[in-house]
Ligand binder design. Structure first.
Ligand code: NAP
Length: 322
């Protein structure tokens, strides 16, 4: 890539939204570039699905597929139709100039007529040494009950959910379908969640709330066996046996590199027009979990990735650029 080349479309990200946008853009002969990111800490190119083991709810895979394999297949499909992949991190996006200029950590700046932001969101973790290891190895720690809760591993076991917000309420309710009991572990004595969702949890016969409790250790080698709980008032600790742990303490959308140019929602997600992927900047679109704090599914991300590519293609045609 040279400094003077202007790309039709640059897609930032490497999850289902990014690869789906790339497949559509490539098949429309737009020769898309995907800047797929680099491993940073717990974040891997491929996004949250890289921390998911079996995916049983992505249509077309009746035998299930692992998250990393699904991402690899999507990438292969995008590349097959002419997508160029840049392994680098976008560190800034100048939306005040036309074409747009993306700065990257290691490479030359990239200029583009249209941009699709598909950088996803990262689940927040408690930060315990064994927590992420077991999450990465399919050892019974997860940050998404809807993604992982239905797999046989969690059936008829005592399952823990950490958090006191709406996500934790939803995850706890969902897990009652599979676990023998659900323990909702919350660090305070009242929920942040909406009253209606909290009431559903508090009155559910299979859910027990452990108030003022913090998970201070996760036990288990291949599979989780339990956690250490620390009472946040008295400091006392005790061991709680568990067959699965779902961390539901929020998500952080990956929007830090955008600065103040792109309008965000009050929770920091990229704001898009209703049932569209257009941002406040003409020619910049956004898709996937970076716009979505509600569904957060691979299939919905893929859907909005498709929408973003179609919108970008129409934008380019409308402006006589493709
Ligand atoms: P949230 O509202 O920020 O709640 C996070 C919860 O995790 C809080 O209860 C917090 O405890 C706890 N927490 C944070 N860090 C922790 C840590 N290190 N260790 C232990 N606990 C920790 O996040 P959310 O539940 O994901 O919801 C995000 C937004 O999406 C909210 O606006 C929510 O209403 C919305 N949402 C809506 C729906 C729905 O309407 N169906 C479903 C899901 C989410 P404290 O309370 O002590 O701070």
């Amino acid at each position: 890539m040279t400094d003077t080349r202007i790309e039709n479309i640059v897609i930032i990200g490497s999850g289902p939204a990014a690869w789906t946008a790339a497949v559509y853009a490539a098949r429309a002969n737009l020769h898309p570039v995907v800047v797929e990111g680099l491993p940073i800490g717990t974040e891997l190119p491929g996004g949250q699905l890289m921390l998911t083991t079996e995916i049983e709810n992505f249509p077309g895979f009746p035998e299930a597929i692992t998250g990393p394999e699904l991402m690899e297949r999507m990438k292969t499909q995008a590349v097959r139709y002419g997508t160029r992949v840049v392994s680098d991190l976008v560190t800034g996006l100048d939306a005040t100039t036309r074409p747009f200029v993306l700065s990257t950590k290691y490479g030359e700046p990239i200029t583009a007529h249209t941009v699709v932001i598909a950088t996803g969101a990262a689940a927040k973790w408690i930060g315990l040494p064994n927590e992420l290891r077991l999450a990465q190895t399919g050892g019974g720690v997860s940050a998404c009950a809807v993604c992982d809760g239905a797999i046989p591993f969690y059936r008829n076991k005592v399952l823990g959910v950490v958090g006191g917000g709406d996500t934790a309420m939803e995850e706890a309710m969902y897990l009652t379908k599979f676990g023998s009991e659900v323990l909702l572990i919350h660090r305070r004595d009242s929920f942040r969640a909406s009253k209606v969702m909290a009431n559903r949890v508090l009155t559910h016969p299979k859910i027990r709330v452990l108030w003022n409790a913090r998970v201070s250790q996760v036990f288990g080698d291949q599979e989780i066996t339990g956690v250490e709980l620390t009472d946040t008032i008295t400091g006392e600790t005790r061991v709680q046996e568990l067959g699965g742990l779902f961390v539901a303490i929020g998500h952080a959308p990956n929007t830090g590199f955008l600065g103040a140019q792109i309008d965000l929602t009050e929770h920091g997600y990229v704001k898009v027009a209703s049932w569209r992927t257009a941002t406040n900047v003409d020619g910049i679109f956004a898709a996937g979990d970076v716009i979505d704090d509600y569904y957060r599914q691979a299939i919905t991300s893929a859907g909005t990735g498709c929408m973003a590519a179609l919108e970008a293609e129409r934008w380019l045609t409308h402006h006589g650029l493709s």
